[in-house]
Design a protein. Sequence first.
Length: 175
Amino acid sequence: MRHFLRFVLIVLVAAVLWSAWRGGFGADDVMVYRGEKIRLTKAYHDYDEYKNDPDNIHPSEIERVQRLMIAAPVEHTYQSRLDLFKAVGQIAFPGYGVGSGGSRLSDGGELLAVTIEIPRANKDRYLVFRELYGRYELIDDFVRAEISYPFEIRESGGDYVYLQNGKELFRRPRR
């Protein structure tokens, strides 16, 4: 089931990014992201060409793109996973990665972390949600170094513990 949900996340984000590509790119070297015109290093006529260019964002715009992504507002509650993933798709910068990890809780709910790659920062924005009965509540929002997939989150004492292959990567205090 987890692989299916990850597939749904990827398809949903790809659809949002495709929409941004079609609506935001033209024959010139700018794209629209979150209502802002972002200068690119050159004009791209093909999404794959843009996505595969590691230097696609003009150097003078990188810091601004990073700030826009980190400051993008997130609702405190989402009524469904689909609503949550749609919102994440609006934060993700076109051509950059989005993923998720988490674990089931003893109460039947889930801890779910969605990671959004921040261009040229080697960091992700982490949005962490507690799901219960299909409703997702934001419990943490932070920026930290990227971690590889798959990963999971557990509660331990007063912390959220991020693990990969059973090995602790880092902890965050519960708020």
